[in-house]
Design a protein around this ligand. Structure first.
Ligand SMILES: [Zn+2]
Length: 263
């Protein structure tokens, strides 16, 4: 599989502005593809919508420090701890505004916390309702592509469940109505992936009309919005690129054409 490098495509090659739906298990998952989403929404005048599956109540161990910022007691068992989903919803909306996200749909499924097992997600979530809402949005918007977080073994079980549910839903659509399904992972460019990605977006590239500032600035701003995700703050600078792979029946050639319009 040939990697589409981040070089400009000739104007005649460019389709209409891209439209992308990110389906994410958690508020803050958009970090995986933040620079690419910014590129689509803010620089190419494309459409970026996102669906956040869980209410983000899990992963609360490092929320206490943010309590000082919000004037709340977010310590484990603290009196304001139950406000965490609402806080993360607001953080996600602020982060979305930075990236240029058009619509964010919160699906409010329970988040029982970290697991590597997909079946834990299936146990926790109201699957019938979830599939219905995913289907409804996918059918009523002609997205060019759907981004999901990589479902590789060892990833968060919720990410794996989202990728597989999306794949299942798309599998029922006629092929001419099926958007591309693309898995994304942030990485450091010095580390090779075991399977070569179809596209890699560098966060070290200069943002257009921003002098010499790079997409890393945007990514750091996004991280900073998630003050209740304490440990997440330490991700700053860890990944300098975003890598994509086609999932399910997605045609790699169509996917490459799509990414050429972003590169
Ligand atoms: Zn996540």
């Amino acid at each position: 599989m040939t990697l589409v490098e981040s070089t400009p495509a000739p104007a005649s090659f460019l389709p209409s502005p891209p439209s992308v739906l990110l389906i994410a298990a958690h508020p803050d998952d958009e970090y995986y593809c933040a620079a690419t989403l910014y590129r689509v929404a803010r620089e190419l005048n494309g459409i970026v919508d996102q669906m956040i599956v869980t209410d983000g109540a899990g992963g609360h161990r490092f929320a206490a420090l943010a309590g000082h910022v919000y004037g709340l007691d977010l310590t484990e068992g603290g009196k304001d701890h139950a406000l965490l989903p609402e806080i993360r919803r607001e953080e996600c909306l602020r982060a979305g505004k930075l990236l240029g996200v058009r619509q964010t749909e919160f699906l409010g499924q329970p988040d029982p916390g970290y697991t590597q097992q997909e079946r834990d997600a299936h146990r926790a979530w109201r699957l019938h309702e979830l599939k219905h809402r995913l289907e409804k949005r996918i059918l009523s918007h002609a997205y060019d592509a759907i981004f999901v977080l990589s479902p590789n073994p060892g990833e968060h079980g919720h990410h794996i469940a989202v990728a597989n549910l999306t794949q299942e839903i798309l599998g029922k659509l006629p092929s001419n109505q099926r958007p591309l399904l693309l898995a994304v992972e942030p990485a450091h460019s010095s580390r090779e992936s075991s399977v070569a990605p179809i596209f890699q977006f560098s966060r070290s590239r200069a943002v257009s009309r921003a002098e010499s500032l790079t997409y890393t600035v945007i990514v750091n701003w996004l991280i900073a919005e998630y003050k209740s995700q304490g440990l997440f703050q330490l991700e700053s600078g860890r990944h300098d690129c975003e890598r994509f792979w086609p999932l399910g029946s997605t045609d790699p050639e169509r996917a490459k054409y799509f990414f050429a319009s972003i590169a």
